[in-house]
Design a protein around this ligand. Structure first.
Ligand code: PMT
Length: 226
């Protein structure tokens, strides 16, 4: 691994899940552990970058020499990213941001009707801001890498997100296999750019992070020159 691969560069990474509150005691979320993003942060720091993590709630220790900003919801994450984007050279959206949030947060705990076993409860959701797209739309934008967590047509949907979200690169992650992706220490991904596709066989998130950053560093330099 090359230790000055990213020296002098500022890297911002989103990590973990977001939590979208329903009421004071409940939320909607997903299974992201933050391991992939924290591995990327460690690898970027080891490669010489100044690294900031904007992190949803996870049970991981902050990597050495990485600045961590904790957030809860997608809207908090969106705001924290925009507040910290100035001077960022490379942005990596690795967080599993909840696409929707409950339309309103109930002030008090939602109570069930104890006398009605067939009671149903409907929760209306509204869309959250798309953080990676917001960064890609900035006038003076960094080099933007997204992830795509998919359970079917993985490369097809990833290529679609690459274009639609105006990303420079996307890391396609098949999350239908429980041994990789969410929460696992291992992963298996394909890095896609407009003109290439690089499959990376199953390995630890640490090893994959280093491989992903090698591609990022090379492509970032080419993009800068253009
Ligand atoms: O955290 P781990 O347990 O280690 O698991 C790793 C991982 C599976 C979470 C990670 O590898 C991964 O795939 N992260 C992206 C998960 C995801 O939300 O994918 P998506 O296909 O729904 O989103 C596409 C891209 O848009 C992502 O870069 C995502 O961060 C971004 N996004 C999505 C929605 C939104 N509102 N804002 C965003 O920025």
């Amino acid at each position: 691994f090359v230790h000055d691969l990213l020296s002098g560069l500022n890297v911002l990474i989103t990590a973990g899940p977001t939590q979208e509150a329903l009421d004071p005691v409940r939320f909607i979320s997903n299974h992201s552990s933050g391991k992939m993003a924290y591995s990327l942060a460690t690898a970027a720091m080891e490669a010489g970058a100044s690294v900031k993590l904007v992190s949803g709630p996870v049970a991981l220790e902050t990597p050495d020499r990485v600045e961590r900003i904790d957030v809860i919801s997608a809207r908090d994450m969106h705001q924290a990213v925009l507040e910290n984007i100035e001077g960022v050279d490379i942005f990596i959206g690795c967080a599993a941001v909840c696409d929707y949030r409950p339309i309103e947060i109930q002030k008090d705990k939602i109570k069930k009707n104890p006398d009605d076993p067939s009671e149903t409860l409907e929760i209306k959701l509204v869309k959250n801001p798309d953080i990676v797209s917001a960064v890609a739309d900035l006038e003076s934008r960094p080099y933007v890498i997204g992830f795509a967590a998919e359970t079917q047509n993985v490369l097809g949907y990833a290529a679609d997100k690459l274009r639609r979200k105006k990303l420079n690169l996307i890391v396609a992650n098949d999350v239908s296999d429980g041994d990789i992706g969410f929460s696992s220490d291992n992963n298996e991904v394909t890095v896609l750019g407009e003109d290439f596709e690089e499959p990376m066989p199953r390995a630890s998130k640490k090893v994959l992070s280093r491989k992903i950053l090698k591609i990022v560093a090379r492509r970032f330099r080419k993009w800068k020159r253009e």
